[in-house]
Design a protein around this ligand. Structure first.
Ligand SMILES: NC(=O)C1=CN([C@@H]2O[C@H](COP(=O)(O)OP(=O)(O)OC[C@H]3O[C@@H](n4cnc5c(N)ncnc54)[C@H](O)[C@@H]3O)[C@@H](O)[C@H]2O)[C@@H](O)CC1
Ligand SMILES: [K+]
Length: 502
């Protein structure tokens, strides 16, 4: 059976799985070269469809099979009457049989890269694919920089060269592609971290393989996009009441940080919580209630009031503006000890890093890379080098669900396939955005969603709202408050939403 869409649309694979899939595909076709032929041909079709006017095509070929795909494309371009040049580094003639065969079939010009690339309308990046294995040396870096400095758009084959297709990191320099056509299956590393600045628009060429080539190979991660929201956000029952929609308790707002807990509470209400209470400093209560009369706010100096509020809550968000002084520490300890569905963010994570309490089962933490680094005792750069590994390590160390924020948010939990959020934008890198996310996830928990789904759906809802708000008025100057109407929109919307650009 042939198919154009892989069986599990959000499936993401790592390079080890891809090697196994490729081997199964080669066995089923009885010829490895056929795969390369199909890869090069589909990439050529993609180039033709996107840049039909392009007459001059430069194909930058590396020494491996990614280069082999490039020679196949070059041959198609030449046969179609285009002005084609293959450019390669001195010493980068094809090394393996497959790529050599593809190179021999191409009879056009091959030039060695010196300092600059020829004038052209499109550059095809066939330097490295999933075989990229180390930081580029000086000569390779110079070639990558020449590609990026060239005015022509770049079509990357399988992976933008220089991007680690498993981790999403860029150990040296990487090609900035306008488009990347992935072969056979989508790669987990192209959905998170630094990779997102290099991939451009991602498309998938399935090479007309049968579903059987995926037999026994589980995806490493799942890509989730706004179209997936209805999976979790079914329409409400007609006879629901405010109690059945859950009561959220938001804890935080030390002196000087009252806005954080207000944003958290407002986001919880806009994400469908039936009742929202806020435990905060007394001086924040009046401004909070004047902005958000739907919330109930308490001064928590009184131990009885805190006990009752904790007892009533269906889910607790602790951390926004909490501070790390005695007041915050006390509230953090009480929240963790409550054994209620718990969301920890911001200062609650800083307190967790220095006072590692055992978290209640199914707690959710939402660190940004800096907080994740503190929680793991490593550097932020190390977190970003492998965001999947960092999220997994956090979920194991703290026995909780982890939402590792940043470009391509990763949601991880023990015994679950990690999810990567294919939405969100750099306008969301602004103070207060995390407080909104905390409120969203706590609201979904209070409405009965399990921790992993609430974390995934909440991260997606937050990102979709951020994209809609940015679409309205731009990324710069986007405020967390701008997301509020969009949270409501996406929490209720029709099943159909256009796919994002990646
Ligand atoms: N194996 C298969 O069945 C298929 C492979 N295909 C293509 O083949 C690619 C994988 O091919 P390969 O495994 O040959 O690997 P690549 O072509 O991605 O790269 C491996 C080559 O690059 C060198 N290299 C890696 N990192 C380097 C660095 N930083 N600096 C300098 N040299 C470096 C390696 O020494 C090796 O020679 C896929 O991404 C895909 O494009 C497709 O043709 C489809 C079928
Ligand atoms: K490439």
């Amino acid at each position: 059976m042939s198919f154009d869409v892989i069986p599990f649309a959000g499936a993401l694979h790592d390079t080890a799985s891809l090697r196994r899939i490729e081997a199964a595909a080669a066995r089923s076709l009885g010829d490895s070269h056929e795969l390369m032929r199909r890869a090069g041909q589909s990439a050529w079709r993609e180039l033709l469809a996107v840049w039909p006017q392009a007459q001059r095509v430069v194909v930058v070929c590396g020494p491996g099979n990614n280069g082999g795909d490039g020679y196949v494309l070059a041959q198609h371009a030449q046969q179609a009457g285009r002005d084609v040049q293959v450019v390669r580094l001195p010493g980068d003639a094809p090394r393996g049989d497959l790529a050599r065969r593809a190179a021999e079939a191409y009879t056009g010009r091959v030039v060695e890269f010196a300092q600059s690339l020829p004038a052209c309308d499109v550059i095809v990046d066939a330097l490295f694919g999933i075989g990229f294995s180390r930081a580029p040396d000086d000569a390779t870096r110079a070639l990558i920089e020449a590609v990026n400095a060239h005015p022509a758009p770049v079509l990357a084959l399988d992976v933008p060269s220089g991007v680690d297709a498993d981790r999403g990191s860029v150990p040296g320099a990487a090609v900035d592609a306008a488009r990347t056509v992935e072969f056979i299956a989508s790669k987990s590393g192209l959905r998170t971290g630094a990779a997102l600045d290099h991939v451009g628009t991602l498309t998938l060429a399935t090479l007309q393989l049968g579903v059987d080539v995926f037999d026994g190979i589980a995806p490493q991660a799942e890509r989730i996009a706004p179209v997936d929201l209805p999976r979790w956000l079914a329409p409400r029952r007609r006879d629901s009441h405010k109690g059945s929609n859950g009561r959220v308790l938001c804890i935080g707002g030390e002196h000087g940080s009252g806005g954080a807990i207000m944003l958290c509470a407002q986001a919880a209400l806009r994400s469908g919580a039936g009742l929202v209470e806020v435990a905060t400093r007394e001086r924040h209560i009046a401004p909070l209630l004047s902005r958000l009369p739907e919330a109930m706010a308490h001064e928590v100096g009184d131990a009885r009031a805190l006990h009752d509020a904790l007892d009533r809550a269906d889910a607790i968000a602790v951390g926004p503006g909490l501070g790390q002084q005695d007041w915050g520490l006390h509230l953090y300890e009480r929240a963790v000890a409550s054994a209620k569905p718990l969301l920890l963010d911001a200062d609650a994570l800083n307190l967790l890093a220095i006072r590692p309490f055992a978290l209640p089962a199914d707690a959710v933490i939402t660190p940004h890379p800096g907080e994740a680094a503190r929680l793991l005792g490593i550097t932020t750069a190390q977190v970003q080098q492998d965001r999947f590994a960092a999220a997994r390590a956090l979920s194991e160390r703290y026995a909780c669900v982890v939402v590792l924020k940043g470009a391509g948010t990763v949601v991880a939990a023990a015994h679950e396939t990690p999810r990567v959020v294919a939405a969100g934008n750099p306008g969301m890198a602004v103070g207060g955005m995390g407080d909104v996310l905390s409120g969203v996830i706590a609201a979904l928990r209070a409405q009965g969603m399990n921790a992993f789904d609430a974390a995934s759906c909440g991260a997606l809802l937050h990102a979709a709202a951020g994209d809609a708000a940015a679409h309205e008025g731009g990324e710069r100057g986007l405020l967390p408050s701008d997301l509020m109407p969009w949270l409501r929109h996406f929490a209720n919307r029709d099943p159909y939403v256009p796919e994002p650009m990646r």
